[in-house]
Design a protein around this ligand. Structure first.
Ligand SMILES: [Zn+2]
Length: 85
């Protein structure tokens, strides 16, 4: 069965909808940032911007990704996941 929103295989299926995990998350998952509840896409964007990691105008995807990876490596989180990635 296909997702109602894209061509991926549906993994979240009910009587009212069939979504892949990505589309289901985009539609229904929320997170709270600084006490404000928002969708996960907006939430992740807010967390990135809060840490100075928002994508800058004209910044390529690869340059942005490299900047984010470099930031993670400099944090305790980066040390924690070292060896996993
Ligand atoms: Zn989908």
């Amino acid at each position: 069965m296909r997702c109602d929103d894209c061509e991926r295989t549906a993994t979240q299926i009910s009587e009212s909808h069939s979504y892949c995990s990505r589309c289901f998350t985009r539609r229904f998952s929320t997170m709270t940032v600084d006490g404000v509840k928002m969708g996960v896409t907006d939430g992740f964007k807010a967390v990135l911007e809060k840490n100075g990691l928002g994508r800058e105008e004209g910044e390529s995807m690869s340059a942005w990704s490299a900047r984010c990876k470099a930031w993670v490596r400099e944090t305790s989180f980066g040390n924690m996941i070292k060896g996993i990635t």
